[in-house]
Design a protein around this ligand. Structure first.
Ligand SMILES: [Zn+2]
Length: 345
């Protein structure tokens, strides 16, 4: 039987060796697993499809979005094996999608808020990272630091996390305002860099292009989360080009949180066309209803993005992976082999 074109595309995307640089651990488990866990632990009855998975759903604001973590993830993580169970599902989902490399943002503030023991949680994460590695998915744990808690907190969190070898780097996230731009956190970044850790930040998601400029020009960041507002400033676009900055773009997240006017107007294609090194990411698939593979499918159907283009963006991500030469060239080879099978002829 001859396969139809859409089926061939789905199969090709399923088999593609992928990379995801922007994924929040606490927003990554599959909803079906969240629902099942909350029923098992708390006898909660939750719908098979939550209201926020409706295609036309939009979060009213960042506060409503953060409420999802409070309502559904905290009650799970408070149980004895919460982190281990959540990680197990995230690993299954990553392996199933053939995501070969992922930078997983771990929100340290959640551990403190729930009064959990950091060492125990990190030990559980380290076990899951090792299991994922055995199954072909390299996970790098990146500590997410809440920008709204200020620069002193950031410095203390970096110092606190450095003794744990499972931590590969740091990211700045949370509500973006002109007062919480990345250049205010220089002390923390200096300590992290001295210890050989990656430093990246969310910038230009809720704040204008000046936020991206501050992150790159002053704080020396070369990997930016979102960066959607760069498109408003030709100077900032040029600057991203000059510095070879990699931008972790998350189209459905930006649509659902109202940070772009529409999916059709998301600047990922315009920035790519300008030569910026963009990558594709799902951010928080639990709340947006789309994992990385499904985000790729959506770009193919809604924005006519080619498989070659998706492969190029994946290569951009592999280029900045925390990996030795052998691992990186293995990623490139797998991707080229996939392209030869699915993109040329
Ligand atoms: Zn994010």
């Amino acid at each position: 039987m001859v396969k139809s074109e859409p089926n061939r595309m789905l199969e090709a995307l399923a088999q593609m060796p992928k990379a995801e640089l922007h994924l929040h651990l606490e927003g990554a488990p599959r909803w079906s697993t969240v629902r099942e866990a909350l029923h098992r632990h708390h006898r909660w009855e939750l719908p098979q499809t939550p209201p926020f998975h409706a295609p036309d759903f939009r979060f009213a604001d960042f506060g409503e979005f953060k409420g999802c973590f409070r309502n559904y993830i905290y009650p799970w993580l408070q149980t004895k094996k919460g982190y281990a169970e959540l990680m197990e599902d995230v690993v299954d989902s990553l392996v199933e999608q053939r995501i070969r490399y992922v930078e997983l943002n771990f929100n340290v503030a959640t551990v403190d808020l729930l009064n959990l023991d950091l060492k125990t949680v990190l030990e559980q994460l380290a076990v899951s990272v090792a299991t994922a590695g055995d199954r072909g998915t390299i996970i790098r744990i990146i500590v997410g630091i809440d920008r709204s808690q200020g620069s002193e907190n950031a410095r203390l969190q970096v110092e606190r996390m450095l003794p744990y070898p499972v931590i590969s780097g740091f990211d700045l996230h949370g509500l973006e305002t002109p007062e919480t731009r990345a250049d205010r956190f220089q002390d923390a970044w200096a300590i992290a860099r001295d210890a050989g850790k990656k430093v990246k930040v969310h910038a230009g998601e809720m704040d204008g292009p000046a936020s991206i400029h501050a992150a790159v020009a002053t704080a020396g960041i070369t990997q930016i989360g979102h960066g959607t507002s760069a498109i408003e400033s030709p100077e900032v676009v040029n600057f991203l080009l000059e510095r070879g900055v990699v931008v972790e773009m998350c189209p459905t997240s930006n649509e659902r949180l109202g940070n772009v006017s529409s999916y059709q107007n998301h600047p990922i294609l315009a920035l790519d066309e300008a030569g910026v090194k963009v990558t594709l990411n799902s951010d928080d698939p639990t709340w947006f209803g789309l994992n990385l593979t499904q985000e790729m499918q959506r770009l193919v159907s809604d924005r006519q993005v080619s498989l070659d283009c998706l492969a190029r963006w994946t290569r951009n991500a592999f280029e900045v992976a925390i990996a030795d030469d052998t691992m990186r060239s293995q990623f490139f080879t797998e991707l080229e082999t996939w392209q030869q099978t699915h993109c040329h002829g």
